[in-house]
Design a protein around this ligand. Sequence first.
Ligand code: ATP
Ligand code: MG
Ligand code: MG
Length: 406
Amino acid sequence: SSSKHSYNYSSFREDEISVHGLSDKIVGVLGGGQLGQMLCQAASQMGIKVMVLDPLENCPASALAYNHVVGRFDDSVAVEAFAKRCGVLTIEIEHVDVATLEKLEQQGVDCQPKASTIRIIQDKYLQKVHFSQHAIPMPEFREIDGDDSATKAGDLFGYPLMIKSKRLAYDGRGNAVAHSKEEVSSCVDALGGYAHGLYVEKWAPFVKELAVIVARGRDGSLSCYPVVETIHKDNICHIVKAPAEVSWKIKELATEVAQKAVRSLEGAGVFAVELFLTKDEQILLNEVAPRPHNSGHQTIECCYTSQYEQHLRAVLGLPLGNPSMKTPAAIMYNLLGEEEGERGFALAHQLIGRALSIPGASVHWYNKPEMRKQRKMGHITIVGPTTAIVENNLNSLLSKEVETSD
Ligand code: ATP
Ligand code: MG
Ligand code: MG
C-alpha cells in the first residue's frame, strides 16, 4: 500500500481527499431536504462527493450524502465551519445566512450561485425591485408598512389583492389573498403583521403557470430546459406537465424572459424561473429560485441530463449536459401530506404502492420523519409517448378508490 493514500486524522481535511472521478472538489450544500437528497442521488452516480448542512438529524439527504453535518444553514458559525470543509458551496434552499456567505466569498470561498444572488432572491420584495430594474415583465407590486399604504395599494391594484411576506416564504406559506378591502387586515395578521415585512402584488389573471429551468455554467454559458406547465393547489406546486402545451411562440417568449432574468443574477447553477401566462399572451415573472426546483423533478426521468446533475456540473465547472427531453411527455405529481401522522402515511403509501403498476411511473419518497398536512412527502413522475397517455395514466392512478382500513 502506498503512503500517498494514507492520511493523518489530526490534519484531515475533506478537500484534500484525492478523488479519481470527475472532480476532486467536495460540493457543500446548504440544506438537506428533498432537493438535497436528489442532488446526492445525481452526485453518487458520478462519484461526486456532496456534503450537506441541515439541522435535522434524519433529513431527506442524510442517508445519501457523503457527509451530513448537523447544523443550521441560517447560523453563521455553522455555515462558516461547514464552508471551510468544502471545495464549492451551493444551496438547495435560499433561506440561508447570506451575510456569512458574503464574508466567506471575500475570504475566497467559492459560492455558486454568488451570495449576491441569494441576497436578492431570499427577499421577495428585493427580488421584485431587482427584476423591475432589469425591465423584466411582472405584476405590479408595492411595499406595505401599515393600514394606510395597504389601503392605498388596494385602491391602486384592486381586488383580489395578493399580499406576500418578503422573507422565508415557500409553498405559499407567506401568501394571503384579500378579496376585498375588509379582508386586508386579517390577511396582514395571518402573515404576522406589517413588522414582519410585507408587500403586495397586483393579481395576475393567468391562464397558465409556466416554468423554465435555466442552467448557467461557470463560463457564463446558458442552457434552458423545455418550458413546463405548473399547476398549483392552495399556492403549492401540485402537478408539472412537460412539455407545456402552449404555442411555439409562447415557449420562445417564456424562455427569453427566463434567460433575461437569469442573466441579471450572478453565479453558476440551475435557476428555476416561475412565470404567468396571461390571456393576452403576455409572460410575467412570478419568482426565481437560484437552485434545483420542484418544477424540474421530472427531468430525472424525462431529460438527458436532470436538473440535479446539471446543477452539479454547473457549480463544478464541468460541461453542461443536454437538457432536452428523451421521452416525448412527462407528468409529475407531488405527494402532499393529506393528514397528520400514521393515517397520512397510510394514504400516501397506498398511492405509491399503486403507482408501481402504472406504466412509466417512478416513485420518489423523501423519507421525511413527520407527516404534516400539505407537506411535500414525495412525488411520482410518469413518462410516456404522448401527453394524453401520461395524463390518462395519472388519472387512473388517482381515480382508484382508496382502500381504508381503520
Ligand atoms: P414557492 O414554493 O414556489 O417558493 P412561494 O411561497 O414563494 O412558493 P409564490 O410563488 O409567490 O409562493 O406564489 C405561489 C402561487 O400563488 C403561485 O404559483 C401562483 O399560483 C399564486 N400567485 C402568486 N402570486 C400571484 C399573483 N400576483 N397573482 C395571482 N396568483 C399569484
Ligand atoms: Mg418562492
Ligand atoms: Mg413560487
